[in-house]
Design a protein. Structure first.
Length: 258
């Protein structure tokens, strides 16, 4: 904010050099703030997903470097400090940024899986690949939904992406569910992504009432299918719990515990 005030006063006084220096420093700091927000949002989003195909960008690391550059440049070009003192200011700004916000962690590691967790997947790498690809398709659905002009379709596609996200979280909690949801992940989800992307292109260039009604019917069917898939996974979890309770009760009776 002091830089913004100084830029306004330099404009008033007609000092072009000072106006340029203060404006550059102010804009660089604004960019650093925007990148920091983007990096925090990215971290919060990816923290919810053990498996993610989304590429991670080093937003906070870049923001810290830009902030250090802005601080050093401001000290040198605006305040008139020497190059050595400006460098010290830059290092101090970078250190303060690291202590307050931290830098981006290393490449996100996929969760470690036990060989028996995915009996139908064959290999852990295959299981991770299936989930990572599914998350990429969910991201694509969300982006397509945001770009749709039709509010009803936008809301329906957003709900579908939300349900699929819940299904993926359920699979992460119980890896055995991957076998039961394999057809849904390998057939229905890619088909939904492809049809939604194609409709978005035709909506922008060749709108049609018949195509709009067909797409509406398809979205309703897909949303119902997603609900049914989620319900089947949840029902299986309940059945597994009932079996475990019966086994435990039988063992307790065998040990003479009532």
């Amino acid at each position: 904010m002091p830089l913004l005030v100084k830029a306004i006063f330099s404009l008033w006084s007609g000092d072009a050099a000072l106006l340029g220096a203060t404006s550059i420093g102010f804009l660089l700091m604004i960019v650093a703030g925007l990148l920091t927000r983007r990096g925090i949002h990215q971290e919060l989003d990816l923290s919810e997903r053990r498996f993610s195909g989304r590429r991670r960008w080093p937003y906070r690391t870049l923001a810290g470097a830009i902030l250090a550059l802005a601080t050093g440049f401001t000290a040198f070009a605006t305040v008139g400090q020497s190059a050595f003192v400006a460098l010290a200011y830059a290092i101090g700004a970078a250190a303060g940024y690291c202590m307050l916000y931290g830098l981006d962690p290393g490449v996100r590691r996929l969760a470690r899986l036990n060989p028996g967790d995915y009996p139908a997947a064959g290999h852990n790498d295959e299981a991770r690949g299936v989930l990572a690809a599914a998350y990429e398709r969910v991201d694509s659905l969300e982006q397509t939904a945001a770009a749709l002009a039709h509010r009803e379709f936008r809301d329906r596609l957003t709900r579908i992406a939300s349900i699929v996200h819940k299904i993926l979280l359920t699979i992460e909690e119980d890896p055995a569910d991957l076998r039961r949801a394999r057809k849904f992940l390998n057939v229905y989800l890619p088909g939904t992504q492809q049809v939604a992307a194609q409709y978005l292109r035709t909506e922008q260039h060749a709108p049609s009432l018949d195509r709009e009604q067909n797409f509406r019917t398809l979205l309703v069917d897909i949303e119902n299918t997603c609900h049914e898939q989620q319900e089947r996974l949840l029902q299986h979890d309940v059945l597994d719990l009932d079996v475990q309770i019966e086994v435990l009760a039988a063992r307790l009776r065998h040990e003479g515990v009532t």
